[in-house]
Design a protein around this ligand. Structure first.
Ligand SMILES: Nc1ncnc2c1ncn2[C@@H]1O[C@H](COP(=O)(O)OP(=O)(O)O)[C@@H](O)[C@H]1O
Ligand SMILES: [Mg+2]
Length: 251
């Protein structure tokens, strides 16, 4: 079992280098020991919001709090052990699965949890430990990236479109694996996706971001049964409402 991290955004604003704001006045507390899907159209600010939680970026106004303390008060590597992250494309270094999975603890001179146990948590067989990562499928590599994040025993796991480069079968298997993790360990997961079908399959809660603002948040079942906000209704109905001037490719 893992700890119950309290992760909050307190009136958070992020400025755009081009002028204006990428995030505007976001106030939010993420539900603990559950999976929250962070949804919204491309360019809404989902990745930016996620990047504040492990200090890939800091807000220009407002605060991000972990257990009531500003995350800027915690040494960044210590914070990132508690708040792990897996991106759309796994960045693995050339070497074996075991070397990649042990990377975090090894860099601190620790042995960390047994590799076989971490592989089991992401539904990979123990004999995969000695395989080289470059021979693995995209889905397997993404699981190795998950196992590597879990090696730090994080309290929160941030996922940014982790299945965007996977085929439908591998996508479903990663979804199942992460659900299992939440249910068996009580991990807090925040999963950015622009895929409503995926959010519907995996999420306990949803947070909907539209054009840099928090449009709606609540239990997933309630949201999908009938959103409370007009923005939510329009998003569910498939009217994407991209933010003004955001004609660029998904980031
Ligand atoms: N470093 C940056 N420089 C300039 N614009 C950025 C930067 N990061 C994000 N943006 C802009 O902020 C908006 C939100 O981006 P992002 O958080 O990546 O959205 P999402 O993940 O929802 O697609 C987009 O309009 C994007 O172009
Ligand atoms: Mg994004």
């Amino acid at each position: 079992m893992v700890l119950t991290p309290r992760l909050e955004l307190e009136d958070v604003w992020v400025a755009s280098p081009e002028g204006g704001w990428i995030l505007r006045g976001v106030r939010l507390r993420f539900p603990e020991r559950a999976l929250t899907a962070l949804i919204g159209p491309s360019g809404a600010g989902k990745s930016t919001l996620l990047s504040l939680l492990n200090r890939l970026r800091d807000p220009d106004r407002g605060r991000v709090l972990l257990d009531g303390r500003d995350v800027r008060e915690t040494e960044v590597r210590a914070l990132r052990r508690r708040v792990g992250m897996v991106l759309q494309r796994p960045y693995l270094f050339p070497g074996t699965v075991a070397e990649n999975v042990r990377f975090g603890p090894a860099s601190r001179g620790e042995s960390g949890p047994p590799v076989e146990e971490l592989l089991a948590q992401v539904a990979l067989p123990p004999e995969m430990a000695e395989r080289r990562v470059d021979g693995l499928s995209g889905g397997e590599q993404q699981r190795v990236a998950l196992a590597r994040a879990l090696a730090n025993r994080p309290e929160v796991l941030l996922l940014d479109e982790p299945t965007a480069s996977l085929d439908p079968g591998a996508t479903l298997r990663v979804e199942e694996t992460v659900r299992q993790l939440v249910e068996t360990t009580g991990l807090t997961v925040i999963w950015v996706t622009h895929d409503l079908g995926q959010a519907r399959r995996v999420a306990d809660y949803v947070v909907l971001v539209m054009a840099g603002e928090l449009a709606e948040s609540g239990e997933a079942a309630g949201f999908f049964a009938g959103p409370a906000s007009e923005a939510g209704r329009r998003f569910l109905a498939g009217e994407l409402l991209p933010r003004e001037g955001a004609g660029r490719a998904p980031a």
